[in-house]
Design a protein. Structure first.
Lengths: 284, 179
């Protein structure tokens, strides 16, 4: 199948893109890497009248340091995130989660910012962004604003982006030296995460000093496993201590039910995968 | 919209509708029917081509997004009548049954070897994760990719020289392509 007809523009600056978006009204759609949007257009689940392609906006790509933060351009591809030396050093969790996104062809095109703006609750980069206390920088006709990941994600496929706004950057506090792992559970290659857990841990000697745990697909938006994080502080990184803390992983979760799994099974997965994610992070 | 795309070394300028998918542009306008469409869901990878040196599913790229870019299809791999080492390895190892997935498998295998010149079996299977073979002929496909890696290793002789657009990929070129 082919998409319904639409007008297409490919501006070369963020200012021009924002103006084009504002002029086009609510039936416009922003195209980042297109790896979620084009499949949807092809089967005509969506039929925007205008596509604003950010592919030519060079200023939206790349990773830089800004004090104690990394600043990741929203159009930086998954492939670039996987291989970026700054991300490897200061936001290891993001690199490991990105390794698991879709397949190599999709990772060549798909972008970090596009994934966050798409806000699929089964998307693999939302929980790491939340766990790393990332902020998104948003630009619209009224200028720039910043939102925490916790405020940005509002519901299934819904963010705080307004119709004339574009996600331009993601600011990630440096987590230098933190252990990290992303544990994903799906049934077949390429499948979305049924449940996945993003874990990053800072140690002090043999003890866990701080832990940040994000849950993928355990609600309509990514969640933090706050009770697990609290239970881990000051604990030795033993199998028993990790398992005991991970028992709290499903507290407060509200996962969707579908043909793959009911609530109870998903909550079971959250507990098991949290334990595995923390153990793997500590071993890595 | 008027676009110019270099495909398998030849530059083509055409007027296309914005909604035209790259795979349809290649097949229906340019006659590059070696690249095939195997699904409607972006899962199968049969339409894989290289866009500025990186593999993409050409069903998930608009032709207008490829404006100004270089595309390599399975038809652009052979040099002077000689198959590319990955094509030869697929032939030698019986790495196809019905052959429908083969164009995409070969293009993705070349991409994989550009990133990892000596993949073990697990790395080959991970690298081909986005390509499905409905004949389930994966065993010989994996064998073929490892055989190709052997023939393409540095110092392997003339075959190692016959590499495609991804052949010169280095750490410093990683940022290019695939917008």
């Amino acid at each position: 199948m082919i998409p319904a007809p639409f007008d297409y523009v490919a501006p070369s600056t963020v200012d021009d893109a924002v103006r084009a978006l504002a002029d086009a009204g609510e039936d416009a759609k922003v195209l980042a890497g297109g790896q979620s949007l084009l499949p949807v257009l092809r089967v005509r689940l969506a039929a925007p009248t205008k596509i604003i392609d950010l592919g030519k906006v060079a200023e939206l790509r790349g990773v830089r340091e800004e004090g104690d933060h990394l600043v990741i351009g929203s159009m930086t591809t998954h492939y670039e995130v996987q291989r970026d030396p700054l991300i490897a050093e200061h936001a290891t969790l993001l690199a490991r989660a990105t390794d698991t996104v879709a397949d190599p062809q999709v990772r060549h095109r798909g972008t970090f910012g596009g994934s966050l703006a798409h806000a699929d609750p089964a998307g693999d980069l939302l929980a790491p962004a939340l766990a790393l206390d990332a902020e998104v920088v948003i630009q619209g006709m009224d200028g720039k604003r910043t939102a925490t990941a916790a405020d940005f994600f509002e519901d299934f496929f819904t963010t705080s982006l307004r119709p004339d706004e574009i996600l331009v950057e993601v600011r990630v506090p440096k987590h230098t030296g933190w252990h990290a792992h992303y544990e994903k559970f799906n049934r077949v290659a390429q499948a979305w995460s049924m449940v996945a857990v993003a874990a990053t841990v800072r140690t002090d000697g043999d003890a866990i000093a701080e832990a940040k745990i994000g849950l993928t697909n355990m609600s309509s938006i990514p969640m933090r496993a706050t009770a697990v994080e609290q239970a881990l502080v000051g604990q030795p990184a033993t199998t028993e201590a990790i398992r005991a803390a991970a028992e709290h992983a499903a507290e407060g979760t509200n996962p969707t039910v579908d043909g793959n799994a009911d609530v109870e099974y998903r909550q079971h997965l959250a507990r098991v995968l949290t334990g595995r994610a923390i153990s793997a992070a500590m071993a890595g | 919209m008027r676009i110019t795309v270099t495909v398998d070394g030849t530059s083509y300028t055409d007027d296309v509708e914005p909604r035209t998918l790259l795979v349809h542009h290649l097949r229906e306008r340019l006659g590059k029917v070696g690249t095939v469409v195997g699904c409607d869901t972006s899962n199968c990878g049969a339409c894989t081509v290289h866009l500025d040196g990186h593999s993409v599913k050409s069903c998930s790229v608009l032709a207008v997004q490829a404006d100004g870019s270089e595309v390599t299809t399975v038809e652009g791999l052979a040099r002077d009548g000689q198959l590319h080492p990955v094509q030869q390895a697929f032939h030698d190892n019986h790495a196809l049954q019905c052959g429908f997935c083969t164009p995409g498998m070969i293009m993705q295998s070349i991409d994989l070897l550009a990133d990892n010149p000596d993949p073990d079996e697990h790395a080959v299977r991970e690298g081909l994760e986005g390509n499905l073979c409905r004949c389930t002929g994966y065993q010989n496909i994996v064998k073929a990719v490892r055989d190709a890696a052997h023939h393409m290793r540095p110092g392997a002789g003339p075959e190692a020289e016959r590499v495609a657009d991804t052949g010169s990929r280095t750490a410093s070129s990683v940022g290019g392509g695939g917008e």
